[in-house]
Design a protein around this ligand. Sequence first.
Ligand SMILES: NC(=O)c1ccc[n+]([C@@H]2O[C@H](COP(=O)([O-])OP(=O)(O)OC[C@H]3O[C@@H](n4cnc5c(N)ncnc54)[C@H](OP(=O)(O)O)[C@@H]3O)[C@@H](O)[C@H]2O)c1
Length: 334
Amino acid sequence: MFEHPWFEISGLYASERSEGKPYGTAAVWHSPTPLPNSVSAMMVKNIEHVVEELDQYDIVFSALPSDVAESIEGRCAVKKPVISTASAFRYKEDVPILVPEVNAGHAPLIERQKKERGWKGFVVPGPNCTTMGLIISLKPIYDTFGIKRVFMTSMQALSGAGYPGNSALDIVDNVIPFIAKEEGKVVLETVKTLGRCENQVVHNANFAVSCTCTRVPTIDGHFLSIFVETEKECTPEDYKKAIAEYNAACFQTFGDLPSAPKETIVVKEEDNRPQPRLDRELGGGMSTVVGRIRQDEVFGTHGIKYCSLSHNTKRGAAKGELLATEYLMTKGYL
Ligand SMILES: NC(=O)c1ccc[n+]([C@@H]2O[C@H](COP(=O)([O-])OP(=O)(O)OC[C@H]3O[C@@H](n4cnc5c(N)ncnc54)[C@H](OP(=O)(O)O)[C@@H]3O)[C@@H](O)[C@H]2O)c1
């Protein structure tokens, strides 16, 4: 975002805790990418002022907690496009959960949203950061072989809980087998994002999803263990071929967008990959890294199992939303 060729940060808003502080002081900066001086020095304003100051901006990027996002994002969307990492609007019928390489065809929901709500702007959220590594890795399977059932267990990084997140006493030397509301989000978002959009209505994908979401002591990168029962026969080699074709199609369609990775899915052949520490930055943190692709013993020729890794604060949040915004710009929605 800091050196994005198309966008420039011209205002920053947060809670009253940050109001009047330079961003460099208000934010606890954990990224290895240094904060540019220009952004570090920007004064953070109280979010309550954003609605009255909207005329200064073309686009609003929101990363608010969901309970705050519902009201603020809705009020901003009356005038301006809002691109969000929050879940507040994800499940509304007139709102696309937009991931260009998965469901670019859902973008026309924006027209319906604007018309039905009488807004000049709109809200477009991305999916939950855990859903992201699931849907991208499922997309070539779903399109090529069809899907009957999906089982998934996540091992989610600490940064997924925001700052300060989990207490060290809870998470060091430990796995926490519950993340509030996460499993329900993954189920709903997977079938919605992979659904078909016709006449501005999304028909959810017709397969079942069952998942367990856990928190583990990695810093960034959500790791998933996935089992898929397919409609048609699918071997690991078939899946890899489908991934190669999918990557080529994605590159052809989205390859010119500044935040798009060269390979939407990177396949790792080594038995001990992907690993969060080694692989999460592939494709600038935008590639989904898939490995350990095997035939599933339970589903036999109609099932495969694999591991998937997706950078939760890049692909699963801010950078993923930049890519969606870039796509919407090229399509004239912005
Ligand atoms: N972390 C991830 O991996 C990830 C991935 C995908 C989606 N998301 C979603 O993205 C959103 C942000 O997540 P995060 O991890 O960045 O959270 P975070 O580190 O807790 O940051 C939340 C931001 O919202 C502001 N805020 C909190 N309460 C507010 C209020 N009442 N009024 C105005 N501003 C308020 C905070 O401002 P102050 O600094 O002033 O408190 C802070 O800037 C959440 O909805 C989350 O579910 C997160």
